[in-house]
Design a protein. Structure first.
Length: 440
């Protein structure tokens, strides 16, 4: 897992939420009311005991604070950087009732976790008895990491199989550098590895190793493969080499640390990944970056704070605009009017006749969602799918094949890192209980 960030990329991607200093963290921790009913804890998908960890910061016990966070969320450091706290823990803070700023929970969580990693990063999660049954996790993203960490608490051996050379999933490859550096993601993987989890990289299940071999050597399997490549635009001229998928673009500058940026860049899409790509294009040297979205500002799927930050970065937004063709020097688009709501409740985009116009650009970055690994998922015998996602018991993560459990984006269709961690952790606990019932 060798990785050395390039200094010039680190300089371009200064963090948008700088860490709190010791005095600021202490002052912020002492603003907390330490609510007994803790709506912030309830709002966290992993249910971190927020008042408890903040109280420990206030008393100077930073390691104890970090251990409390890790007890609930093994990826507590990355979640402190990438969670949409405005709509989760901080959005639920009781300070809102008094027209005061919510407690900066994410920055306090980061403060405790950074201290933990800067002072040894040692965890004593050891089961009383090592079990003979082993579990295979397919994919090394947040869901599998959380599942593996949970299983190690109960003494079960875990092997994580990953096709890429680095673990961490989207934390390593797909989250913008100014939110989460690859090195920060990989140090969390090292923590999971220190618990006794085995990693095998460059392994493509079904090719490098047969699925029936994994089934033969493991008592159960957790599927945490995430989602596939970005979807096709379906436009004339799409084969142009000026088109780079958003996740590939982010992975290239973040991990391969190679990039070629256009002078004028058009990002197609309205989600958080589209915004990450647009902001990154500017930081990498693009003179102009346009975000093209076919609906209105109000209907953008991106979080509001992401949108506001992108405007500050200098991204130019073209709402109610639909691309229709890729041209040698740009994109042809037409204007959109929003009609009556469709079956999903969203207003249906309708083209405005005669409104065609061109946007000049020399690089196009689609960010219109990811595909599903349908062919691969079909190889898991007895595992049922719905609309390309794995069907599981939401309480346990168990699939229709009792030996298979699943979590993360391949189940939920693409949500937040903290949701993947919560699903992986639940599945790990349920797996341990199921293995106990089957193997003793």
């Amino acid at each position: 897992m060798s990785y050395q960030p390039r200094a010039d990329i680190a300089e371009r991607f200064a963090e948008i939420h700088p860490a709190l200093g010791p005095d600021a963290a202490l002052a912020e921790a002492n603003r907390c009311l330490y609510c007994f009913d803790a709506p912030c804890t309830a709002a966290c998908p992993t249910h971190i005991d927020v008042p408890r960890f903040i109280k420990k910061i206030a008393s100077g016990n930073l390691r104890g604070s970090a251990l409390g966070i890790l007890e609930a969320n093994i990826l507590g450091a990355s979640c402190s950087r990438v969670c949409p706290v405005d709509v989760l823990c901080e959005g639920a803070c009781v300070m809102h009732r008094y027209n005061k700023q919510p407690i900066e929970i994410a920055l306090l969580q980061r403060h405790a976790m950074d201290h933990f990693y800067e002072h040894g990063a040692k965890l004593a999660i050891a089961a009383a008895t090592e079990r003979t049954a082993r579990v295979a996790c397919i994919g090394a993203g947040p869901a599998s990491l959380a599942c593996a960490a949970e299983l190690r608490k109960y003494g079960y051996g875990v092997t994580i199989f990953e096709t890429r050379p680095l673990p961490g999933g989207l934390n390593t490859y797909g989250v913008a550098e100014y939110k989460l550096r690859a090195s920060d993601s990989l140090r969390e993987v090292d923590l999971v590895k220190s618990l006794g989890v085995e990693f095998r990289f460059g392994v493509r299940v079904g090719e490098t190793i047969a699925l029936n071999e994994i089934e033969r050597n493991h008592a159960a399997i957790f599927v945490g493969i995430g989602l596939g490549p970005g979807g096709s635009l379906g436009l004339p001229g799409e084969k142009s080499n000026r088109i780079v998928d958003a996740l590939k673009f982010i992975a290239d500058y973040k991990t391969a640390q190679t990039f070629s940026i256009g002078r004028k860049v058009a990002v197609i899409g309205g989600g958080n990944t589209a915004i990450d790509a647009a902001n990154a294009a500017l930081r990498l040297g693009a003179e102009e970056v346009y975000m093209i979205y076919r609906r209105s500002e109000r209907e953008m799927p991106a979080f509001q704070f992401e949108y506001e930050n992108a405007k500050l970065e200098g991204v130019r937004f073209r709402f109610q605009t639909q691309p229709v063709a890729v041209l040698p020097n740009g994109i042809e688009c037409f204007r959109i009017e929003l009609g009556a709501p469709d079956a999903s409740g969203r207003r249906k985009p309708e083209p405005v006749a005669g409104s065609n116009f061109q946007i000049e650009c020399d690089m196009i970055i689609p960010a219109i969602g990811q595909s599903r690994f349908l062919q691969f998922l079909a190889e898991f015998r007895g595992v049922n799918l719905l609309d390309g996602s794995v069907i599981v018991n939401p309480e346990t993560g168990q699939t229709s094949n009792p030996r298979y459990f699943a979590g993360g984006d391949c189940v939920n269709g693409g949500r937040e890192v903290v949701d993947a961690v919560a699903e992986g952790k639940r599945a790990g606990l349920a797996l341990a209980q199921w293995l106990e019932s089957q193997h003793g």
